[in-house]
Design a protein around this ligand. Structure first.
Ligand SMILES: Cc1cc2nc3c(=O)[nH]c(=O)nc-3n(C[C@H](O)[C@H](O)[C@H](O)COP(=O)(O)O)c2cc1C
Length: 287
């Protein structure tokens, strides 16, 4: 990603930011969530589908990013890699993460809102898995009605995950080290629980366990020098960017950060920053 133009100050905020969050439910969902690619094939009950449809309908910033529930997901929409590795099997339904390619902060917005839908589904005991690389775009596009300029950035299965993934999924998880996370000191250089405010420390703890494409965790969190109320998120540019923008991963981690900081009483706003920075969280009230 090159440097991006940042519009006038009052327009810099994350366009899809959520002022209110179901904090306890999502903090619990963050703890138990992991990617599931092997499902039972049983349909998702109508109450959960309707609840998710309603949830997605009230999300803000639809002109930038939105999530659509596909109650019936054709099996062929999940392609997997060569040999079927990473293929999602027997998922009855899906979430479709859409963004307007030309919109300001579209990548971080898709990540942030998409993860909101993932956590909401997780809180309803449904399995999920961000899939940005290996899905059939033509089939996915038949499940939604796209406005001019909109693109599908990713999809996720939703359904009842089998308790034990099949062996090819277990292999994939081993290859990407799906359960491994960078230590907090690497994600937040200079992290000191004695110096960082509790809300910021808890925010980073939940950001550390966010999902990212091939588990690359391309984010860094810094307490802004000389302040006790601002934390910036930046991109770590290691390796090739690949097909999935790192700013999308960062949007996911930003939502996790915000949930963690709210657990410990902070509310705040997200201001989008030019690359390699991504955004600044400024706490407006703390407990
Ligand atoms: C933006 C994004 C794109 C992803 N794309 C794929 C994909 O195309 N195929 C796949 O099998 N997993 C995909 N994943 C899942 C990641 O591999 C997974 O989140 C990561 O390995 C961490 O594992 P966990 O989600 O179980 O914590 C994606 C994840 C993210 C956040």
């Amino acid at each position: 990603m090159g440097n991006r133009e940042v519009p006038a100050a009052e327009m810099n905020d994350l366009p899809v930011a959520l002022a209110e969050l179901p904090v306890a439910e999502w903090a619990a969902a963050i703890d138990v969530r992991h990617s599931a690619r092997t499902y039972t094939g049983d349909p998702v009950d109508a109450t959960s589908i309707d609840g998710l449809v309603e949830f997605c309908a009230q999300l803000p910033g639809k002109e930038v990013a939105r999530v659509v529930v596909a109650p019936v997901a054709p099996a062929a929409v999940f392609t997997g890699m060569v040999g079927g590795y990473g293929k999602v099997l027997d998922a009855p339904s899906a979430l479709i993460m859409i963004g307007d390619e030309a919109a300001f902060a579209v990548e971080e917005s898709v990540g942030y809102l998409g993860e909101a839908a993932i956590l909401e589904a997780t809180a309803r005991d449904l399995g999920t898995c961000w899939v940005a690389g290996f899905f059939d775009r033509r089939i996915a596009a038949e499940l939604v009605s796209l406005a001019p300029g909109e693109r599908i950035f990713a999809i996720s299965p939703i359904g009842h995950a089998k308790p034990r993934p099949r062996s090819s999924e277990r292999m994939l998880k081993r290859i990407v080290g799906a359960h491994k996370r960078k230590p907090i000191e690497e994600v937040a250089p200079g992290f000191d629980a004695g110096i960082w405010p509790d809300w910021a420390a808890e925010g980073v703890r939940l950001a550390v366990i966010a999902p990212s494409a091939v588990n690359r965790q391309p984010w860094r969190f810094e307490l802004e020098p000389g302040t006790a109320d601002s934390v910036t998120v930046s991109i770590v540019e290691k390796g090739a960017e690949g097909r999935v923008p790192r700013r999308l991963d960062c949007g996911i981690a930003m939502l996790h950060f915000q949930v963690g900081s709210r657990v410990l009483g902070a509310r705040g706003t997200w201001e989008i920053l030019p690359s390699p920075q991504v955004a600044r969280f400024r706490a407006t009230t703390t407990a």
